[in-house]
Design a binder for this molecule. Structure first.
Ligand code: BTN
Length: 238
């Protein structure tokens, strides 16, 4: 893995997309000061002060199945969960790729593909991790959120966290590109906090409500709504 540190940037994902041609495969662009971060569902990703991590993996897998591309966020989600566990906390995954601790969000993932002339030039896999946020600043976010320092009661060394995360990400990455979601299915399901519960899922501009009945071998959510099964590859549990 190669690293590029930016003192300050509007968004590491935007920077990575705009400079994709100049950035090598398996590079991490990271900063501790991101001023205009973007999230899923057109949301923004707040800057929570120095000491929190904002990063984007730039990946250029030569040949990749489209479904494996969308599963990459789930791969990163499992890797992130394993790193959190090394700090002694118990993360739960909310499909497809949010990580919660006691129902409070601690990190978010945003994947963006860069396509030129119908060819996938690369994937930018952005992740924001709350590592050293204060309670006061978290209260300004419009959804329940937490930070690793608050969970374990001590400050977190951001560089150390970054190294742990990137090392673990690299460990199985090539195998994952080859094998896809099945490689991580058990690890994903073990941490899934939403299964067998009633959930509301946003799919584009529609909302579906039902029981989260399972995860398929392709990482899709099986949602049962009034005895009708939906198999969702895209969407967000709200
Ligand atoms: C979410 O909505 O949960 C996804 C949030 C993703 C935030 C990260 S921070 C680093 C990277 N750069 C961005 O602008 N967004 C992602």
């Amino acid at each position: 893995m190669k690293f590029q540190y930016l003192e300050e940037i509007d968004s590491t994902n935007k920077y990575a997309r705009e400079n994709l041609k100049l950035i090598e495969d398996k590079t991490v662009i990271y900063t501790f000061k991101q001023t205009a971060g973007r999230g899923r569902l057109q949301r923004k990703w707040n800057y929570l002060g120095q000491g929190n991590l904002y990063m984007s993996f730039v990946l250029k897998p030569g040949k990749i199945m489209m479904e494996t591309y969308s599963n990459l966020t789930q791969y990163l989600c499992v890797v992130l969960s394993q790193v959190f566990e090394e700090y002694g906390v118990e993360p739960k995954i909310k499909w497809p790729n949010d990580i919660l601790i006691d129902n409070k969000k601690i990190s978010g993932i945003l994947a963006e593909g860069v396509v030129e002339q119908n060819k996938l030039e690369g994937i930018v896999l952005g992740v924001g991790v709350n590592l050293n946020a204060t309670k006061e600043i978290l209260e300004e976010i419009n959804q329940p959120a937490t930070s690793l320092n608050l969970e374990i009661g001590m400050p977190i060394d951001c560089e150390k966290f970054l190294t742990k995360l990137t090392d673990k990400f690299c460990l199985m990455y090539d195998k994952f590109i080859e094998e896809g979601f099945l490689l991580i299915k058990d690890n994903y399901i073990r941490r899934a906090g939403f299964l067998n519960k009633i959930v509301t899922v946003r799919v584009f501009d529609k909302e579906l409500k039902g029981i989260a009945a399972g995860i398929t071998d392709k990482g899709a959510l099986r949602l049962i709504e009034n005895n009708k099964e939906h198999v969702l590859l895209i969407g967000d549990i709200l």
